[in-house]
Design a protein around this ligand. Sequence first.
Ligand code: BGC
Length: 773
Amino acid sequence: MKSKAVCDEWSVIEEGFDPERHEASESLFAIGNGHMGQRANFEERYSGPSLQGSYIAGIYYPDKTRVGWWKNGYPEYFAKVLNAPSWIGVDVTVNGAELDLFTGPVEKFRRVLDMKHGLLSRSFVAEVGGGKIKVEAQRFVSMARPEVGVVRYRVTALSPVALALVAGIDGNVVNRDSNYDEHFWNILDTETEPDAGFVLAQTRKLDFRVGLAMRLAFEAGAATANHDRVEGDGYVAGKYAVSLAEGESATLTKYVAVVTSEDHDKEKLKSVARDVAVSAETVGFDMLFAEHAAKWADIWSHADIVIEGDVAAQQGIRFNIFHLNQTYTGEDERLNIGPKGFTGEKYGGSTYWDTEAFCIPFYVSTAPSRVTKNLLIYRYKHLAKAIENAEKLGFRNGAALYPMVTMNGEECHNEWEITFEEIHRNGAIAFAIYNYVRHTGDTAYLADYGLKVLIGIARFWAQRATFSQEKGKYVILGVTGPNEYENNVNNNWYTNKVACWCLDYAREAIAIVEKTAPRRLAEIVAETHLDRAGETTLWTAISAGMYFPYDPVRRIFLQQDGYLDKEPLTTEDIDPAERPINQHWSWDRILRSPFIKQADTLQGMYLFEEQYDRETLQRHFDFYEARTVHESSLSPCIHAVLAARLGMMDKAHALYLRTSRLDLDDYNHEVDEGLHITSMGGSWLAIIEGFGGKRVVDGKLTLNPQIPSGWKRYAFRLLWKDQPVEVSVTRDGVQILYRGVEPVTIAVWGKDCTLAPGTVLKLAREQSHLARA
Ligand code: BGC
């Protein structure tokens, strides 16, 4: 039976089972709670293609780099998010035959991811061993108790059956992307007790340890069960065998604790895990679920976006908000947000510029400021490593080059054009500090942490830019911009632009700290050996004298030197059957082509929009959108914001759907590898900054709300200086409810409105607001 995705406002629903879509669904229905997460692998054994994935935040493996030709400076390892021991398994046999959805007939298959309550459910009817059963499985990873996961597995006999359920923890897991087919885990200990089991696993490098304990509760009404323990190599389980008459049910509930040496003493993991599992069992499924659902209710109360009149758009944004919150909760500054979160192996679970450029704007407006602060502190703590990284590449004097891909501050990707050349990431890291400070008003952050990072970054740009005698300007050579379909280019406009901004902002931040915390400034100057006059003078000169490639005929900034030498094609010239081009064309052809993977020049115009008038933005948008294939998930959202800014609402809406439903509708044909978690922050941007027109102008929150043609209303909530602002936009106007404690001035459609705490502002839409110029 083929699967069918259903559009629903609060759930992801699959009707019917299609083995060909199985890995895609394993991604789409993934669950997580910040501490751990997993793909939606089946509880019962499945012999068809499946990407097994159960991940624990912060637990990774430095897999030795594998490259054809070694280049000096390559990182030693590529970090891998580890497929950790699996705790979901419930093997089912009926009349001695094993249930396997890949081989057996299955009907009435339905899978639901209830995003409101964070619950994954599945039901189906199967014929096995001459008997017929109905299965109903539910599971969640607790938002209230991050170390707890629960599975409830119920089998109802639709004919008399001899049923056996074997529920275990399995330490025999591998990564599909292991460079040398290595096993990454040692099993240090296993133990079974009646209705319980324990596995202690250790990573073969770095000595991370994880302890998994389970408690099992089996219930079969009047039927009596035979109970046994099963213990294999790295595997522990409890087995329950029971004969069920037609209509009778058996229910197995599995309470699991997943604890790690990152949070607990290595020697005590067994007792800690056991205690957590026992206490979960004592609380019971219903109460655990109630606590968990209450946490989700709280998240939704401040992060939800309501869209009326467009179910696909509504489902898309909730799917994105749900997964972002499943991936990162902001409680632990050692953690970050991998591009695939807990939904797949690709990108190794490492931190990319994605966090600063796409996720921080989401968290800074939807979660208390400490959440964003933790993300910034993560980079602050890696400053020494960023300086070391820059030194390895020949930079000096405290210049900091943050890694493009990292787990612990070290660069850990092995593609040279990414590790050495995508230096633009330094810009996003600096911009995130600025963004945090302007949204929260926490200037103390600069003195306490931010300024040192900004100085290191400014020093890097000052050394990386060189003076061209030929041009009489500063240039930045040999880079890869955000568009990864071009490598080793000179004067990537975005990189040059963001470099200048960093140099300017570092000077501004010094001035702010001088004013707000002069003594701290003196300490920072001493600690960083900053030659304040000499270095900042050079920073000013570079920023003022930077070269930007420009075409005077078209009056556009060029993405990089020589961009116009490329064939004058637009995306309309690509055969639709050859898209995405990265799955059809050779790499050589892609690099030569004029096609742009993701927002690049427009990424810069998005960041520094206030520097360009409408016509300039329009010219650049028209030129670059026509050449951009959006084959990075990070791309359509930025174009959506700009399209809305230009009043191109249908285009903005289409780009919004592309970004928010990227995975649900599998635009890039790769959802089986995992979800695009970091770009989900971009979907939020498309609504709030795109349709809502939210900006910060001269330190003031401003809104210019527009509404896509099919929508009746949309509503969102923002935190501004940690105070909630609730915005509802209809076709007729806008209503703002301010829930803060101090009066606030917000500019709406260009008009300053001062709101007292608890007041509601209602403004009618004038014709001119439909497409703001
Ligand atoms: C994009 C990068 C991004 C990475 C991880 C790549 O496809 O081009 O910009 O950092 O994915 O999301």
